[in-house]
Design a protein around this ligand. Sequence first.
Ligand SMILES: Nc1ncnc2c1ncn2[C@@H]1O[C@H](COP(=O)(O)OP(=O)(O)O)[C@@H](O)[C@H]1O
Ligand SMILES: [Mg+2]
Length: 76
Amino acid sequence: MTMRIAVFNQKGGVGKTTTVLSLASALHQSGQTPVAIDMDPQAHLSSVHGNALNGVERSMFSFFQQQTTLRAIEID
Ligand SMILES: Nc1ncnc2c1ncn2[C@@H]1O[C@H](COP(=O)(O)OP(=O)(O)O)[C@@H](O)[C@H]1O
Ligand SMILES: [Mg+2]
């Protein structure tokens, strides 16, 4: 079963990123394989992974900035 959870709020600093990171971590520790999709232009959820995401071509950034289609960046 696939579950989709959206965490959003127009206000900054209310714990969105922390909630997603903690939730994904808890799901992973319980044996599941969460996929966290960072749609915030600040990209803090991505930046916590440091340089690990450098060179990644299929991303929400390419969707917003380079007109890449969602189909093209779809996770296999
Ligand atoms: N449950 C919490 N209790 C205390 N501090 C928190 C909690 N959740 C987040 N924070 C802190 O609040 C600040 C903003 O959180 P963040 O997740 O970056 O917010 P947002 O993504 O909404 O901008 C961070 O310093 C974070 O460590
Ligand atoms: Mg954030």
